[in-house]
Design a protein around this ligand. Structure first.
Ligand code: BTN
Length: 243
């Protein structure tokens, strides 16, 4: 991972840039940009990406089935959360793939893939971290729910070191992913996440479901037990904790 790194001063989105070169790129190629002009978040939302943050995408060419692709998002969440904890901040994973510090979002992950008939050609794991960027110009709603590493640690972080740490940890996780049963990775996710056991409301484009988050499946879906006692599996969506 990161043996080949492509750096932009400005780009539309590192996920887009990665997609443009993915076919001819080696497994593990990384695209980074200082600024993204049209950074993308999950569920079609924009992702504000000013100078000071970390905006990167990793191109992966895994030998896994389409059904297991979401597991790479789980790996990325574990990676970022571990590295932040090593920095001394109390980071947790919020299902499906946000990293929070003190209940505020510090990192988002957007995984996209290209596949033909069950065969994955490449996966792009996009990681966005609010590091030293100001969130003053975020919308009110975003500002309320976001934080930065600089804010949480009280000092600017060394972004080069942080990127290096993230890429080498991701590489370790990826080696583990390729050699060990996925259940061991899930166990680590469960340890680093604060979602299980909470009462959640999840909004998907087609429905809204509320209940207690009781388990995570092998592909990262959440099992939610509703008030009527029936459990449902939710693949993704916007997750809100009930307070
Ligand atoms: C989310 O929480 O909605 C996911 C945000 C993902 C943002 C990152 S920044 C690098 C990469 N390029 C993008 O356009 N998006 C991802």
């Amino acid at each position: 991972i990161g043996r080949s790194v492509i750096y932009y001063d400005e780009v539309d989105s590192t996920n887009n840039a990665a997609k443009r070169i993915a076919r001819e790129s080696d497994d593990g190629t990384v695209v980074i940009s200082r600024i993204q002009k049209s950074g993308r978040g999950r569920l079609g939302r924009p992702w504000i990406s000013p100078d000071g943050g970390i905006w990167l995408s990793i191109i992966i060419k895994p030998k896994i089935s389409l059904a297991h692709a979401s597991r790479l998002t789980i790996l990325a969440g574990i990676t970022v959360t571990k590295i932040m904890r090593d920095m001394g901040v109390d980071a947790v994973i919020k299902w499906p793939n946000d990293v929070l510090i003190n209940k505020k979002k510090v990192c988002g992950i957007l995984t996209e893939l290209n596949a033909e008939i069950e065969q994955i050609e490449y996966v792009i794991v996009g990681i966005g971290i609010n590091a030293n960027n100001e969130i003053g110009d975020f919308t009110e709603e975003l500002r309320k729910n976001s934080t930065t590493l600089k804010q949480e640690t009280g000092k600017p972080v060394n972004r080069v070191e942080l990127v290096q740490d993230i890429l080498s940890e991701f590489e370790q996780q990826y080696i583990r992913f390729n050699t060990q049963p996925f259940s061991s990775i899930l166990d680590e996710w469960i340890e680093l996440s604060d979602t299980l056991g909470k009462h959640v409301t999840i909004m998907t484009p087609t429905r809204m479901i509320s209940g207690k988050a009781i388990a995570i499946t092998e592909n990262g879906s959440l099992i939610v037990r509703k008030a009527d006692g029936i459990s449902e599996e939710v693949i993704g969506g916007r997750c809100m904790y009930e307070i």
